[in-house]
Design a protein around this ligand. Structure first.
Ligand code: MG
Ligand code: MG
Ligand code: MG
Length: 320
């Protein structure tokens, strides 16, 4: 087996997978130096990733001055520690030919197995970084400022700034403690900054914004299209609305839609600005109880196309 422990998150790495790998490698190295009451560590630990980090993760690493880990995809003959997953399909290729010495996760238990007892810590919390904070604390290892920043960012990313239903009180408590160490005063504000990196649509054309997640429906014989874009703050596309509306109109004409809808969903405000172009404007009022004046209507609490927009629209079309 390899003479180092490779610490790795899942394929298509997200911020938790990358930052938790970095933090756990640091922790394992502290355990190697100072001893650990849970497990014996006699190899140096190195964080790795299975693919290029996304824009959000790159921002986070840059912000805290931590370099991007090397990419590695094959586990054959390697000693490894897994974070943020325990499923073979998400893990390194040939994971069956690796020696797994630890798993730190927050998902359903996957299908990796080991011949010997290992450190296996899985909490049903919103983020793997929350579990890592627990491991630092329980083994008495101080968290450096940069690592605290990474772990905080991971929690804010995985929990969508505590809006996700997966969020637990432990995630919030741990995030507050990490924010103090990292010197982040406004957690929510930092969370929005982190999440905004993946909702940056500035490089996209209006058509790309509309079509990134767009579905066609047949509603009682009428052709209806419903697209959705999720943003941390609708202000991010405020100056594109006219352009998007015009493009939506083009798509309606070219595709011979009866009605075309674009959900501009604000993750933080937990609502959707519904842009609608239709041959029968009254369907908006019938469906959502709000009159379409101008380009759109604001629908508080509406976040889901498949649960909150398509079924009521279908019901309205069936009643016309
Ligand atoms: Mg993940
Ligand atoms: Mg995670
Ligand atoms: Mg995730």
């Amino acid at each position: 087996m390899s003479d180092v422990i490779y610490v790795v998150g899942h394929k298509k790495p997200d911020t938790d997978s990358v930052c938790s790998a970095i933090a756990f490698a640091y922790l394992l190295n502290e355990w190697k130096k100072g001893g650990c009451k849970i497990m014996k560590v006699d190899k140096e630990a190195v964080p790795i990733i299975q693919g290029e980090p996304n824009a959000e993760t790159k921002f986070v690493l840059e912000k805290f001055g931590v370099k991007v880990p090397e990419v590695m995809t094959d586990g054959d003959g390697k000693t490894v520690a897994l974070v943020d997953h325990s499923d073979k399909v998400q893990s390194l290729d040939n994971i069956d030919k690796a020696e797994i010495v630890a798993v730190v996760d927050h998902h359903k238990i996957g299908d990796v197995t080991t011949p010997n007892p290992i450190l296996f810590v899985n909490f049903p919390v919103g983020c793997g970084a929350t579990v890592l904070k627990f491991l630092f604390d329980t083994t008495g290892v101080a968290i450096p400022k940069d690592i605290a920043g990474l772990l905080l960012a991971a929690i804010l990313s995985d929990t969508v700034v505590f809006k996700s239903a997966t969020t637990t009180p432990m995630d919030k408590e741990v995030a507050e403690e990490l924010a103090k160490i990292a010197g982040i005063d406004d957690i929510a504000n930092f969370g929005v900054e982190v999440k905004s990196k993946l909702s940056d649509v500035s490089g996209m054309t209006a058509k790309e914004i509309i079509m990134r997640d767009f579905k066609d429906y047949n509603m009682s014989g009428k052709k209806v299209g419903v697209g959705q874009i999720e943003l941390v703050d609708l202000k991010m596309i405020e100056n594109r609305l006219e352009e998007i509306y015009n493009e939506l109109n083009n798509i309606k004409q070219e595709g011979a839609y009866h009605t075309i809808v674009l959900m501009l969903t604000d993750i933080m405000k937990e609502g959707t600005d519904l842009m609608v172009i239709t041959d029968e404007p009254k369907i908006v009022e019938i469906t959502f109880g709000k009159k379409l004046e101008g380009k759109s209507v604001w629908l508080p609490g509406v976040m889901s196309r498949k649960k909150q927009v398509v079924p009521p629209l279908e019901k309205t079309f069936a009643s016309l």
